[in-house]
Design a binder for this molecule. Structure first.
Ligand SMILES: Cc1cc2nc3c(=O)[nH]c(=O)nc-3n(C[C@H](O)[C@H](O)[C@H](O)COP(=O)(O)OP(=O)(O)OC[C@H]3O[C@@H](n4cnc5c(N)ncnc54)[C@H](O)[C@@H]3O)c2cc1C
Length: 468
């Protein structure tokens, strides 16, 4: 058993992407690290987020492909879904990654405490409520308590009729008719996955459009694809409550209409879990929404205490949490840290068709005062897209307008279509390296490949496209 009041170079509270990245990066640099986790190392992302969601979306993709196989001359017969096997495979992937991560944490000699960590004055951290009780201290502390699903009034989560993302990953069978409340990234991923697996899906979004922040030329691509697959999307609609009945519930909508479904998936964002952290007697401030207040270097109001990931008011993405953890640890090591440019991070939404973007949308660039030129290329002209039979979507590049009307610095890259989440890398680098259209156009894309569409879109902005 670890003795109490043990001292570490760094104490990390929370073992999700933010916490474990801080722990692994610090330990790799020779720091003595403690990490406290009240549930399972890996956090939301590994156990209730990115990984299980993408695994189920992959099953949806396989099922869709099999159903579509005849157009390739492949007679696959009547495809059927064995949801038990689907969920078992999802869990297998999660468990394997969990095992790998736990092994890595052990091999870096990070001391893991199972319990809830609370921070008091003088960097003293109490571990309680779990297998271990301990008082430990650290020269530095990284807060990484993450977030939980938000809920809405009148929709008490019961795990059978009203679900959040957490409960969807525990289903033993799929509801036949489902309402997804919230048309953000997570809502659209669930809608897409459930529709592909045979559910009748209605997305209910209070805002005028689904996928807020996504370029106005990209959103209609998703809406059309959803419509073609039988997903109903209703925007500008409030839900006011629901009336459960045998076998489901009737959702009441603000316009007086109702919707009868077997289950409701509430997908209205996430809230930070700062209340689990104590913080009494410390200089750490929490804002009115529950986010821990930090500066651009992830420093809290208490000297030597950092906060990263979903706990702070930055994009709620695992890779952002990783990057913030590195910023924090570099400072702990006395190295130069470059703040994360949150306006230019990569966003990937794994619905079908996929959406991926980095940097300004056209509207946001104009709002920021840029004079812009844009180029849009559809997938229908891309050979690889035709070969794989996935031609829905576009690649759009937004660049600063030069005096001669051609494109200068790339401000944003927005895509919808086949495997765009894997293709965004080039666009992300272009935006963040502040590359110009001419510089990128110099580089070659492999042929035939989906990435040629990005190359072609950029080439067009030089004023001399090859294929359109
Ligand atoms: C359905 C879904 C899909 C998603 N898909 C993606 C995606 O595709 N890509 C992407 O980048 N992001 C995705 N996300 C978001 C991503 O999961 C989060 O941004 C990420 O997990 C944040 O990491 P974190 O370490 O800040 O917090 P978390 O992952 O929430 O981890 C925090 C950890 O701290 C622990 N903890 C909390 N308080 C304490 C305490 N006081 N003491 C000890 N332990 C504590 C918790 O148990 C938890 O394990 C998705 C999220 C959801 C819900």
């Amino acid at each position: 058993m670890v003795p109490t009041a043990e001292h570490f170079d760094v104490v990390v509270i929370g073992g999700g992407p933010g916490g474990y990245a801080a722990a692994l990066y610090g330990a790799a640099a020779g720091l003595r690290v403690a990490m406290i986790e009240k549930d399972k190392v890996g956090g939301t992302c590994l156990h209730r987020g990115c990984i299980p969601a993408k695994e189920l979306l992959e099953t949806a993709s396989v099922f869709r492909s099999v159903g579509d196989a005849e157009r390739f001359g492949v007679k696959a017969g009547g495809a059927e879904l064995d949801f038990g096997v689907t969920m078992a495979r999802k869990q297998q992937v999660v468990d394997q990654l969990h095992k790998g991560l736990s092994g890595l944490v052990k091999s870096r000699k990070i001391t893991v405490f199972a319990g809830t960590g609370t921070l008091g004055p003088d960097h003293a951290v109490t571990v309680s409520g779990g297998d271990e009780t301990a008082e430990i201290t650290g020269d530095h502390v990284v807060l990484a308590a993450g977030s939980v699903a938000r809920t809405i009034g009148g929709f008490e989560v019961d795990g059978s009729i009203v679900l959040t993302s957490d409960e969807v990953f525990e289903l033993s069978e799929l509801p036949k008719r489902v309402a997804v409340i919230g048309g953000g990234a997570i809502g659209c991923e669930f809608a897409s996955m459930m529709a592909d697996l045979g559910c009748e899906v209605t997305v209910l979004e209070a805002l005028p459009q689904i996928l807020p922040g996504v370029d106005a030329d990209v959103v209609p691509v998703v809406r059309k694809a959803f419509k073609d697959r039988g997903i109903t999307v209703r925007t500008g609609v409030q839900v006011t409550g629901h009336d459960p009945h045998q076998g489901g519930t009737t959702v009441r909508l603000g316009d007086g209409e109702t919707l009868d479904v077997e289950a409701v998936v509430v997908s209205v964002g996430r809230r930070p879990l700062s209340e689990s952290l104590g913080l009494d007697g410390t200089g750490v401030k929490v804002d009115e929404r529950g986010f821990v207040v930090v500066d651009e270097y992830c420093r809290t109001g208490e000297d030597g205490v950092f906060a990263v990931g979903d706990l702070i008011a930055t994009p709620g993405l695992a890779h952002v949490a990783f990057a913030e953890a590195i910023v924090a640890v570099k400072q702990i090591l006395g190295e130069t840290a470059v703040p994360v440019d949150h306006a230019k991070v990569a966003w990937c939404i794994y619905c079908h068709p996929e959406v991926a973007f980095a940097g300004y949308s056209e509207a946001a660039a104009k709002e920021a005062g840029y004079e812009v030129v844009t180029s849009k290329h559809r997938w229908a002209g891309n050979s690889r897209a035709l070969i794989i039979g996935e031609t829905d979507g576009i690649v759009k590049v937004i660049a600063e307008k030069r005096p001669d009307g051609t494109g200068g610095r790339v401000l944003g890259v927005h895509m919808a279509g086949p495997w765009v989440t894997e293709q965004l890398g080039q666009g992300y680098l272009a935006v963040n390296w502040e590359a110009t259209v001419a510089e990128i156009a110099h580089f070659i894309q492999p042929h035939p490949s989906l990435s040629e569409n990005f190359g072609e879109t950029v080439l067009t902005l030089t004023g001399r496209g090859l294929h359109g």
